[in-house]
Design a protein around this ligand. Sequence first.
Ligand code: DUT
Ligand code: MG
Length: 242
Amino acid sequence: EHNHGRIEFKDVTFRYEGAEKPVLKKISFTAMPGETTAIIGSTGSGKTTVLQLIPRFYDVESGEILIDGQDIKNIKQSTLRSKIGYVPQKASLFSGTIFENIAFGKEDATEEEIYTALKTAQAFDFVEKRGKGIHSTLEQAGVNLSGGQKQRLSIARSLVRKPQIYLFDDSFSALDYKTDRILRDALKSETAEATLIIVAQRVNTVKDAEKIIVLNEGEVAGIGTHAELLENNKIYQEIVAS
Ligand code: DUT
Ligand code: MG
């Protein structure tokens, strides 16, 4: 077994504490290193929940999640988290410099590493425009940033740590189509060996993924490429048409 970051969900069922019904029902899929696996589905379908099970923010009710063949329950929490770069749906920036925000989780990051990450995340230009560049302060956790700028800083933060596995939760939704495209191309070449899981609501963002998982009410409604799903998946067709 190679340690490359292959993620396998096997019949994963999950219920939030106190909830009557499970929000994920027998989810199975594999996400391969060197590939982008996209998860698409309407609001409330369970996309964020799927991502959050991987770093074990919650434990499954039944089924299992394996990384390179090993049940994540048997991986030390610190080892597991160090493998994963999780970019949450809502950017969690804090009041401090841009440098501190990007280096969060890798406090010994050099300026060069910060700049490289900002460039990949298409955040370099707007950061440079601020008086003190990366040493500018983000007031009140970034109230003076746009949604898309916050998303790009969050992405840069994940890149600095160079994890094996990247989980992007709707991280491109506030970007225009062109920036979305350029950013994902840059990500792909910067993280060529990594396992990328991208959650999105718009087809344009998932289209070129090696594998697209269609989630519907906590169930996998289909897995395939854009072309395959367009051909044979009713829910995917509806998303495309919407
Ligand atoms: N849910 C809870 N408790 C939580 C989080 C979510 O009960 O702490 C429910 C809400 C929803 C389901 O779980 O019915 C799936 O939520 P999730 O946030 O995973 O859905 P999503 O696909 O990420 O929705 P969105 O596109 O709005 O982000
Ligand atoms: Mg979500």
